[in-house]
Design a protein around this ligand. Structure first.
Ligand code: IPM
Ligand code: MG
Length: 372
């Protein structure tokens, strides 16, 4: 917070459709300031390819320091073919990974909720996904994403070897397990932990430590264990069996994309990445849509802004103590979808296909009606 008690928000639009969808967020923030008395101290920065082009690196030390000084970061998306050929350590994605790591955002919350109006947009049969509401809790600062040793080395015979290391410690597993159990306690009280303990020692440890946290601290929450491949299969077979899924960084990356698609579009899903609570209960936080920079549709004004708008709602709820405004936004999204408006990614026969801008405007109009 700043000296007059305003929350600080750093906005990083990033690449591809990031700036386009963030454009609609700016308008909603504006609305919240004018109509709901929200007071924010907002700054804007560059991340990913945008930062590479302007600053030569995917995230400057200055932007990193700024991210560490605010109450929350809202990010669009990073990456694109333009930067694909850069050496690994200079790629746009490194900017995002640096933010996650240095802000110590170990808990990634990825809800997958099916809006009734979009039941038919899902590639799965409507009776399988109707009412779906699950939460993937992905460990975000450990595992194979950051494990050492890593690299590509050249062997004596001139061939090469690529190396990454999957590594987890007791504490890393226990703290993410606690986040999952605490969330489940406010939901349907069921946690499923996914790993590959049939082939990986780190998976054996994962299973044991999650079980330990359960037995010691959350015996009243139902805990099941599943191999991650089976979990991927169960997600399409019967996703309604899940409430909270807790899993590591890599499996969480994959399973959350899969869960997102169940809902009809990646363009609908927000996420929150949280650090450990400080003494005053506040935690570092970064909010971003689950979708990427979608270079194939960037610049066309057709991207779906709802995932980043819903990310703003999560930010209002978890970082700014504004649950009422979060609910207003979520309700507005539901109403606009019920009214038949669809961006291209959600398009169904008989619906009105609208641009990013018109979708954003419709949300504003729904907000006007609901909470002006
Ligand atoms: C995600 C993305 C990132 C990841 C990429 C962009 C580094 O896929 O947030 O799921 O793999 O974590
Ligand atoms: Mg991913």
């Amino acid at each position: 917070m700043d000296m007059v008690g305003r929350f600080k928000l750093l906005v990083l639009p990033g690449d591809g459709i990031g700036p386009e969808v963030m454009g609609e967020v700016w308008r909603i923030i504006d609305w919240l300031e004018k109509r709901r008395g929200l007071q924010l101290e907002i700054s804007e920065g560059r991340v990913g390819g945008a930062a590479i082009d302007a600053d030569g690196v995917p995230l400057t030390d200055g932007t990193m320091a700024q991210a560490l000084s605010v109450d929350a970061v809202l990010l669009g998306a990073v990456g694109g073919p333009k930067w694909d050929r850069l050496p690994f350590a200079q790629k746009p994605e490194r900017g995002l990974l640096r933010l996650r790591k240095e802000m110590a955002l170990f808990a990634n919350l990825r809800p997958a909720i099916v809006f009734e109006a979009l039941v038919d947009a899902s590639p799965l049969k409507s009776d399988i996904i109707r009412g779906l509401d699950l939460m993937i809790v992905r460990e975000l600062t450990g595992g194979v994403y950051f494990g050492e040793p890593r690299g590509i080395e050249t062997l004596a015979d001139g061939s090469r070897r690529g190396i990454n290391t999957q590594v987890y410690t007791t504490e890393e597993i226990r703290r993410i397990a606690r986040v999952a159990f605490e969330l489940a306690a406010k939901r349907q009280r069921r946690v499923c932990s996914a790993e590959k303990s049939n082939v990986m020692e780190s998976g054996v440890l994962w299973r044991e430590e999650v079980q330990w946290v359960h037995d010691q601290e959350f015996p009243d929450i139902e805990l099941t264990h599943m191999y991650a491949d089976n979990c991927a299969m169960q997600l399409v077979r019967n996703p309604g069996q899940f409430d909270v899924i807790v899993t590591d960084n890599l499996f969480g990356d994959i399973l959350s994309d899969e869960a997102a698609m169940l809902t009809g579009s990646l363009g609908m899903l927000p996420s929150a990445s949280l650090g450990a609570p400080a003494a005053d209960g506040r935690r570092r936080a970064l909010y971003e849509p689950v979708h990427g920079s979608a270079p194939d549709i960037a610049g066309k004004g057709i991207a779906n802004p709802l995932a980043v708008i819903l990310s703003l709602a999560m930010c209002l709820r978890y970082s700014f103590d504004r649950g009422a405004e979060a609910l207003l936004i979520e309700t507005a999204v539901r109403q606009v979808l019920d009214g038949g408006m669809r961006t291209a990614d959600l398009m169904q026969p008989g619906r009105a296909r609208v641009s990013t801008r018109v979708m954003g405007e419709s949300i504003l109009r729904a907000l006007d009606k609901a909470g002006g």
